[in-house]
Design a protein around this ligand. Sequence first.
Ligand code: C2E
Ligand code: CA
Ligand code: CA
Ligand code: CA
Length: 276
Amino acid sequence: NSPDLISVYSHAADRIYQRRYHLLEDFATALESPDQLRLVYQPRIDLMSGKCLGAEALLRWEHPVLGNIPPDDFIPMTERSSRASALTAYVLGAAIRQMRDWQEAGLLLTISVNISASNLAETDFVDTLAAAVRHHEIPFERLELEVTESAIMHNPAYALAQLQKLSDLGVRVAIDDFGTGHSSLAYLRKLPADVVKIDKSFVTHIGKSAQDQALVRSMVKLSQELGYRVVAEGVESAQIAMLLREMGCEEAQGYYFARPLEAVQFLGWLHAPETG
Ligand code: C2E
Ligand code: CA
Ligand code: CA
Ligand code: CA
């Protein structure tokens, strides 16, 4: 009965394809009237002082029928589509308006925004971003862009030139998911980046695995020797936070400190007695 099996598989593949296709179309609609979209903000903590210096903006999509769709189910496919620039335009616009609101309330926080390989390939990306930042009178220094190694390696020469322009404006650049790509160290050294974010897959087990602990320790050391500030992602316990602090890791982000929060909740969290 192998033919049956094949037809079952191809039918399933068909449905996956159709589901993705509809999701992409639905997301394109959401981008045009973004009341289904919002940003949440995950605090980033200075491990020495325990203070929150900023937050990573993360996109949330409330589908009218399917409800909350996880970012991993719609962002990667959107990033490979013609909607990649609209996605980032939405996120940057919303993040910059939020920064202005916080700035007016006297809060000087850095916001980090995730960008993709295709954003870096857009010829007008830097100019559009600069115009939005200037329009809302936000200091460039308070905006950080998170770029993965693989996004950079997509077209290294052009990405490097774009990152250099951003860096010249004063925008901070972070290398996201560090350790998961396969960029050479020689290349990393040339990048006009300020921050390295160690991927959570390495951070998660440092409490139990001596090998992971050695790996993260050397990533921290290496990044610092190359002049980067180091942020650990996915910190889920006090033990992990303490180990990272002992390693000299500067900042951390993770469920142990806070989950990604709605803007209003974020303010509440910031002003709670045990944080801020
Ligand atoms: P990322 O950039 O690596 O973002 C960090 C992800 O880890 C977020 O998932 C966050 O909620 C999650 N996280 C934070 N702390 C912990 C922790 O302690 N433990 C665990 N297990 N997870 C933690 P989220 O929001 O589901 O986003 C997933 C990915 O989707 C992001 O990974 C990023 O690649 C992408 N993404 C999210 N928002 C945007 C966006 O606005 N633009 C773009 N281009 N990509 C985005
Ligand atoms: Ca990120
Ligand atoms: Ca990451
Ligand atoms: Ca990721």
